[in-house]
Ligand binder design. Sequence first.
Ligand code: ZN
Length: 177
Amino acid sequence: MGKLDGYKVDLKGMSSDTVSYRWQADNDFFSAVQGPEIKHGLLDVALRVKQTSGAYELDFQLKGEVEVACDRCLEPMSQPIDAQSTLKVVMGDDFADDGEVVTIPEKDGTINVAWNIYEFAALQIPLRHVHDECELPPSNSPEEERTEAFHREGLDGAESATDPRWDELKKIVKNSK
Ligand SMILES: [Zn+2]
């Protein structure tokens, strides 16, 4: 049995119109999912599956925290997660995911939501995530300032008039033709 088999949701065999699931997505979950942003975490995941005419509405509730790398120092930092997301699933011939509706093969009738849970959590991570203490305004080291000054001068130099010696050379080349 794979580590993520427990995240399989049987839609075809639903015993009633609404079925609830509960998981605890821990470090084992995140290491099994192998997502790029989150390697550790502890999330309470609640799922309510509602069967409507021809479709299934999967309402996820995620609560807990995950660990992500600080943008600035790359050390781990905790990111609280408190999110609700919905996934719409329909039955079809082949698996498909158009970003809004997931189609699962009717003959199988199940969907493994491990990756969906991971994605919902990853979506909660702000684009820029840094420790509070890493949030201080950047203080340019003398090294950086020199480099910046160099770039400014380099740019100005390129805009200034051409080297007079170069103009002389061009004249010579022109006359020799
Ligand atoms: Zn940091």
